[in-house]
Write a protein that binds this ligand. Structure first.
Ligand code: 5GP
Length: 209
């Protein structure tokens, strides 16, 4: 039987570089080993975003219906839109031994921590407020009003940094990627995981022959 996968949460204010870090991490890995959970959201797709790949884009009515059917592992309202993680998608992947990443906000992180205390939580911080503002502007996808609202949301997100197991300051991208890879490998090398991975080895090493 496959070892159960590890569950990771990555939270960050938008503009901290979380999505780029996750994509770079996934490029190093086989999808058999690691996947990012695709959330449901009621927000409009941005240019280039694909339904079912970046998000499952749904209406507010559909989302509320899913809430009433208890389909979400966690959900939250972020920037006036709903975002949620589907329960079955995660459980199936974890059961297959796949490590699952949740790219969710601090509210979602709090809910998942209550349900699954062994989740590994990582907070990605921008190197400075100035750099954060400049990264949000250079995306060119959102209006100035949205950028300002995201800057104040960023402060709210950052105020929860003490709730996370790990903090990565994304100043130098390659270093941040190395840090993230180290955290993932650290989790995979824990005794509880290794005992499951190498049951036969330890049985053999301890056999009286
Ligand atoms: P964006 O609209 O920029 O893709 O995401 C906005 C924020 O919503 C980000 O902080 C992201 O982590 C968060 N988010 C995305 N999906 C989920 C989800 O399923 N649950 C929660 N709680 N937050 C999410």
């Amino acid at each position: 039987m496959a070892t159960t996968g590890n569950l990771f949460i990555l939270s960050a204010p938008s503009g901290a570089g979380k999505s780029s870090l996750i994509s770079a991490l996934l490029k190093q890995e086989s999808s058999r080993l690691m996947q990012v959970s695709v959330s449901h959201t009621t927000r409009q797709p941005r240019p280039g975003e694909v339904d079912g790949q970046h998000y499952h884009f749904v209406t507010v009515d559909q989302f509320k219906h899913q809430i009433s059917k208890h389909e979400f592992y966690e959900y939250a309202e972020v920037f006036d839109n709903f975002y949620g993680t589907s329960e079955t998608a995660i459980d199936e992947q974890l059961a297959k031994g796949i490590d699952v990443f949740l790219d969710i906000d601090w509210q979602g992180a709090q809910q998942v921590r209550m349900k699954k205390p062994d989740v590994t939580t990582i907070f990605i911080s921008p190197p400075s407020k100035k750099e954060l503002a400049s990264r949000l502007r250079s995306r060119g996808q959102d209006s100035e009003e949205i950028i300002e609202s995201r800057m104040s949301q960023a402060k709210a997100e950052c105020s929860h940094y003490q709730e996370f197991d790990y903090i990565i300051v994304n100043d130098d991208f390659e270093q941040a990627l190395t840090d993230l890879t180290t955290i993932v490998n650290n989790q995979r090398l824990k005794r509880s995981q290794q005992v499951e991975n190498h049951q036969l080895l330890f049985k053999d090493l301890l056999a009286n022959d």
